[in-house]
Design a binder for this molecule. Structure first.
Ligand SMILES: Nc1ncnc2c1ncn2[C@@H]1O[C@H](COP(=O)(O)OP(=O)(O)OP(=O)(O)O)[C@@H](O)[C@H]1O
Length: 278
């Protein structure tokens, strides 16, 4: 569905951002794309969406080359960037202008999602708050029913009830034919939502595996003094908690924040535990 082979990309001549980056993504999954500031998350998403072009390498999305920006490709993918400017029109006018680009757009769903997010549809889009604008765009993106939905930091600026509604809507709208990619720093917002975790570090993909696989190979637990090779640890009121290799074979609930910490601190050990497929 999305295949990236040897992607080399740069903004300026003297510095490559990605060099020979490989990534394969399948339908039926919600992918969480994580990485520190400047890791290249947005740049990768722009390359997948055909808004930035590779220097070398191949990107194939649904059989299309994104940089060709064929109309049938553009109507199969919806990309919600982290920041956007909305025109001074109301939601109905926005719907009329933009929904015709997406053949599977469902107006009823759009209004249902807006209701779920408590959005008043009569206001001008330019006059509502940033969080409300984000909710309108999330509702629109979901209602497009495109095969691929990419959201860059969608929960930034959402209040706590809206984050929970976001999780509910995303979970209810993924299907076997669709693929969602959500890039975020707000890893807590993504817990119990993502199926597969992709982590970018030093402009490389250091992890791309399922939450299930992570739960089987790593143990997220209260640390014991005899635990060796602690991949990440943190002091809490319950004691020291963290991540170790799962040697006992007992599955634990994945803590994505701790997983991220483990990958940042110990990527060589993570590479050994999760060998790359490409
Ligand atoms: N238009 C641009 N021109 C030049 N360099 C850029 C441009 N956009 C991004 N960069 C650089 O590319 C690198 C990756 O940026 P990118 O925005 O893709 O990272 P990110 O992981 O999405 O970061 P954040 O989490 O802060 O949003 C950074 O070093 C950034 O400074």
């Amino acid at each position: 569905m999305i295949s990236i082979r040897n992607l080399t990309f740069r903004y300026s001549k003297d510095k490559l951002l990605f060099e020979n980056l490989n990534l394969e993504l399948q339908t039926g999954k919600v992918y969480g794309l994580l990485g520190k500031n400047g890791a290249g998350k947005s740049s990768l998403l722009y390359n997948i969406s055909g808004l930035l072009f590779p220097l070398y390498g191949e990107i194939n999305v649904l059989g299309y080359v994104p940089k060709d920006r064929k109309p049938s490709f553009l109507s199969s993918i919806y990309f919600l960037p982290e920041e956007f400017a909305l025109p001074s029109i109301n939601i109905t006018q926005f719907l009329k202008l933009n929904s015709p680009f997406y053949p599977d757009f469902d107006s009823q769903q759009f209004y249902d999602f807006l209701k779920e997010f408590d959005i008043d549809t009569s206001d001008k889009l330019s006059n509502i708050s940033l969080g409300q604008q984000k909710k309108v765009m999330i509702a629109f993106g979901l209602a497009c029913n495109t095969k691929i939905l990419i959201m860059d930091e969608p929960t930034n600026g959402l209040d706590i009830p809206s984050k929970s509604k976001f999780r509910k809507l995303v979970a209810a709208n993924i299907s076997d034919e669709k693929l969602f990619i959500i890039s975020t720093h707000q890893v807590k917002d993504m817990e119990s939502l993502i199926d597969q975790v992709i982590i970018l570090k030093d402009n490389k993909i250091v992890l791309n595996t399922s939450v299930e696989d992570i739960g089987q190979k790593l143990s997220f637990q209260i640390l014991k003094s005899q635990d060796d090779e602690v991949l990440f640890s943190e002091e809490t009121i319950h004691g020291k908690v963290g991540v170790v290799k799962n040697v006992e074979g007992l599955e634990s609930k994945v803590n994505i924040e701790h997983l991220f910490g483990a990958v940042m601190k110990n990527s060589h050990l993570i590479n050994e535990i999760f060998p790359k497929q490409l």
